[in-house]
Write a protein that binds this ligand. Structure first.
Ligand code: IPM
Ligand code: MG
Length: 367
């Protein structure tokens, strides 16, 4: 009997459903070519879930996630005006995404910032800076720090409104993400950039102390310490110096978007969110409501998230590799999507479905 995996599919908002559709075609093809069955349970999540059920993370979706072996999640969120119609606590980021991260304890977020040579022309950086391409793994702590620390809002004795939000980590939270980063560094070039702000934040001081302790178990890994502001500059000036980078939650949010910037588009940024028991996979970008439903979105990040799922949740590394190759071959053949190129250049722009068609055609031969 074929190996069966249960996948909860949360298509999300905006461009979510259309890019998810392309990602599911890829899963279907893998299913046809291999002795494996993907049992996909669709469930609502995000703003669309709020408008149909009154909750942005409905109980039925929680159940589907609990029962699944892995979760494939599209982007969530709406335009500013549409979001205003949702009570603050139910808005998709606060009401769905962060609760999901906490519930599944997906503390390790893998964000590959990758641009193979054949796609290097998409980078806004000079060709000599990009060289043979960019290949960075950004490891972001995902369930701690400012995002999840205590929050308070009130009025001072003088009647001024104030807020207080706290950046909280204990050593165990820090240790577990650093271990993941060292393990990844061991699988790659054995170089780990530790991104911090210890000249100002005591959270970074503790982070670095724990790093020294963890590093003892990985003597082969060359650790390079870099302040987060400097790292932002280095990502632009010399991205090829980086291999694995590790950092706390908020730093990772910001630098991973910059990662999308140096590739040419956030549309090239899939991600894996790994917990002790379960993982979910999602693009790093938002739901692009301005182009939703127009068949314009680039599904690369969503299909890439499927590739990460095949590799990291189902142990199908070869199939994952084929998916990356298929997508890259489409770009290498001179095609593009609207996020990466302007219309009118000599590059042929593909719609969401056309990109999917070409990926499927390439994958047919690769699998
Ligand atoms: C990301 C996103 C989220 C984050 C938002 C949607 C809450 O920007 O996954 O990077 O800040 O983590
Ligand atoms: Mg972000």
């Amino acid at each position: 009997m074929a190996q069966t995996y249960k996948i909860a599919v949360l298509a999300g908002d905006g461009i979510g459903p259309e890019i998810t559709q392309q990602a599911l075609r890829v899963l279907k093809l893998v299913e046809e070519k291999r002795d494996v069955h993907f049992d996909c349970q669709h469930a609502e999540f995000g703003a669309s879930a709020y408008f149909s059920t009154g909750k942005s993370f409905p109980d039925a979706t929680k159940k589907a996630c609990d029962e699944a072996d892995a979760i494939l999640k599209g982007p969530i969120g709406l335009s500013h005006e549409e979001s205003e119609k949702i009570p603050v606590e139910e808005r998709p980021e606060r009401g769905a995404l962060l609760p999901m991260r906490r519930r599944l304890n997906t503390y390790a977020n893998f964000r590959p910032i990758s641009l193979p040579k054949g796609m290097a022309h998409f980078s806004p950086l000079k060709a000599e800076v990009v060289g043979e391409g960019i290949d960075i793994l950004l490891v972001r702590e995902l369930v701690g720090g400012l995002y999840f620390g205590g929050k308070e809002r009130g009025e001072t004795e003088e009647g001024l409104r104030y807020v207080k939000e706290t950046l909280e980590y204990d050593e165990q939270q820090i240790r577990q993400i650093l271990i993941i980063a060292f393990q990844e560094a061991m699988k790659r070039k054995k170089v780990l950039h530790n991104i911090h702000k210890s000249n100002v934040l005591i959270s970074s001081v503790l982070w670095n102390e724990v790093l020294e302790e963890v590093a003892v178990d990985y003597p082969e890994v060359n650790v390079i310490h870099m302040l987060v502001d400097a790292a932002a500059t280095h990502l632009c000036l010399n991205p090829c110096q980086f291999d694995v980078m590790v950092m706390e939650n908020m730093f990772g949010d910001i630098l991973s978007d910059q990662g999308g910037g140096i590739l040419g588009s956030l549309g090239l940024m899939p991600s894996a969110c790994m917990g002790p028991d379960k993982a979910y996979y999602e693009p790093s970008h938002g739901s692009a409501p301005d182009i939703a439903g127009k068949n314009l979105a680039n599904p690369y990040s969503m299909i890439g998230s499927v590739a990460l799922m095949l590799d990291m949740s189902f142990g199908m590394a070869d199939e994952a590799k084929a998916v990356w190759q298929a997508m890259q071959s489409v770009f290498e053949a001179g095609f593009s999507t609207g996020d990466l190129s302007q219309a009118g250049s000599d590059i042929t722009l593909l719609s969401t479905t056309e990109f999917g068609d070409k990926v499927m055609a390439a994958l047919q031969d690769l699998l």
